[in-house]
Design a protein around this ligand. Structure first.
Ligand code: MSP
Length: 510
């Protein structure tokens, strides 16, 4: 039986249209899922939409539609963007689906029954955009400490979850599982938050109605974060704990943005502890993108729309840029000039040029027929070693979710390939009939290294990988069995590759 791997993205709010921040997590999850599939894992990759709550209710009201109409409309935009971005998710969960509502109701009911959720009264400062309550001291100057927008005083009857009862158990879990919260720098932040003391958490609302009713008391709807976080198990069929749940839970990694770390490493694990369910193996928080140095916001009108970028530059360019430009876990900046620079330098010059140069030479010197390699010289051997080392280097990086570093390791070998051409000077060898066999070996090494490179880029740039492998006369089968040196079959006929990426003329771009 194949080992399993379960990866999730956050489920996105439907009151906003998809932007580059949403695309970032989803592409990262897709790259990881594809890599694990390549390595032979049985992967479950989940994404979806968060459709309940006051924010959605308010947005729908403003638009003169029902919350469900709004959700139905916006969810399509997310789904079509994921399709366009080549996202190969296994499932897409919407929190308005029956399967989800049933699971949430079940777990809520269980926690009421066992006394972990109780009815009380709440009075505090509430931030609607963040759907979060703050204490008097937290809401400095009447502003939300997270987003700095004004908070309002809310007093309501509320159900509470006994989060305070789980502080010690949660701290012990974090202590015993050093990889639970990543990157490491974020771990201390969460530990100090817990050590300050966890309050019981308000998990129902009466001030609006767009949500899942509290079982047995439909004046209350379930708090949107309780509802949303549970998607990670309802999508696996919970409360049915056979089938997908038993196969994939606990999740291998929840990929999220840094702003929602506390929900995933404090709220979610304590809900699970109370329900007697295993905790996620890892929660990884990535950084935030600014745009041309500024915070991305609707009011600044600088929201980067992935659709437009894909139409202009192609899907793989966008995927590559997002994964390469910023180390996963750190904040980064999206700028037009850095995007163009990546296209022209990394993609057109390095990756694309290596392929067109080498295939052109094979056509010129051997009518496009791959020769059987003879004995390897020192230079050949060194290139081969670099290629073989790249496979394990990429593997180690992917284990750490160091996507940018993995690409760097691949690009080091692309540079080595370009340098190898300059050092072996095939054009000089071609003039000397005595060097014909040697030339055949050099061409073999050059093409074989690119077969490996283009197999390894498949999770990042699936279309490019298929095209490049096609030019190399290989089946675009991306499997771990393809990841060893020497599988390019002598006798394969190869045509001159077209440019994989056209250079962007910066004099014409604005
Ligand atoms: N619905 C909740 C998540 C519930 S998960 C059980 C939510 N949705 S969201 O649509 O507002 O945000 C989803 C993700 O987008 C978050 O992980 C957030 O970090 C990410 N991003 C939003 N803006 C971003 C950037 N500018 N840069 C990078 N990621 C950003 O929160």
């Amino acid at each position: 039986m194949k080992p399993t791997f379960y990866v999730t993205t956050p489920i996105y709010y439907v009151n906003d249209v998809p932007h580059i921040g949403h695309a970032y997590t989803t592409v990262a999850a897709d790259v990881l899922a594809r890599y694990k599939r390549l390595k032979g894992f049985d992967v479950f990759f989940l994404t979806g939409s968060d459709e309940h709550g006051q924010k959605v209710e308010k947005a729908a009201l403003t638009n003169g539609e029902t919350p469900l109409e709004l959700a139905d409309r916006v969810v399509k935009r997310f789904q079509s963007l994921w399709e366009k971005l080549g996202i190969a998710n296994t499932d897409f969960i919407r929190t308005t689906q029956e399967r989800h509502k049933q699971g949430v109701t079940h777990i809520f009911q269980q926690l009421i029954k066992q006394g972990d959720i109780y009815l009380g009264e709440y009075e505090d400062w509430y931030c609607t955009p963040c759907e979060t309550f703050w204490t008097e001291t937290q809401a400095v100057d009447g502003k939300c400490p997270d987003c700095n927008r004004p908070v309002e005083k809310l007093k309501e009857e509320s159900y509470f979850f006994k989060m305070s009862a789980y502080s010690e158990q949660l701290l012990a879990h974090i202590e015993a599982n050093p990889d639970f919260i990543q990157p490491k720098s974020k771990r201390n932040e969460i530990v100090s938050f817990i050590k300050e003391g966890l309050r019981d958490l308000s998990v129902s609302r009466t001030s609006f109605s767009w949500g899942i009713p509290v079982p047995g008391n439909d004046r209350h709807v379930i708090y949107v974060w309780f509802d949303a976080l549970t998607n990670y198990i309802t999508a696996l069929g919970y409360p049915d704990t056979t089938g997908n749940y038993s196969k994939y839970w606990p999740v291998d990694v929840h990929l999220i943005g840094k702003d929602i770390l506390r929900f995933h490493t404090v709220y979610w694990p304590t809900f699970l502890m109370a329900a007697g369910l295993p905790l996620p193996k890892k929660v990884f928080a990535h950084g935030w993108w600014t745009v041309e140095g500024q915070k991305m916001s609707k009011s600044l009108q600088n929201v980067v729309e992935p659709n437009m970028l894909i139409d202009k530059y192609g899907v793989d360019v966008v995927r590559y840029f997002l994964m390469r430009e910023v180390p996963f876990g750190l904040d980064g900046d999206f700028s037009h000039s850095s995007l163009i620079n990546r296209i022209n330098s990394d993609l057109a010059n390095d990756l694309g040029n290596l392929l067109s140069r080498s295939t052109a030479m094979l056509v010129k010197y051997f009518d496009g027929v791959v020769q059987a390699p003879g004995e390897l010289s020192e230079l050949d051997q060194s290139l081969k070693n670099k290629a073989v080392e790249m496979i394990s280097a990429v593997d180690a990086c992917m284990e750490e979710l160091a996507f940018s570093k993995a690409l760097q390791a691949i690009w080091d070998v692309i540079s080595a390939g370009n340098k190898y051409i300059d050092e072996t000077t095939p054009w000089a060898m071609a003039k000397d009939p005595a060097q014909r066999e040697r030339l055949g070996t050099v061409m073999y090494c050059l093409l074989e290294v690119q077969r490996l490179i283009n197999t390894l880029i498949a999770p990042f740039m699936p279309e490019t990988s298929t095209r490049a492998l096609g030019f190399l006369g290989c089946q675009a089968e991306v499997a771990t069995t393809q990841l060893s040196w020497g599988l390019l079959a002598p006798g394969t006929t190869i045509a001159k590759a077209e440019a994989l990426f056209p250079r962007i003329d910066t004099t014409k771009e604005q």
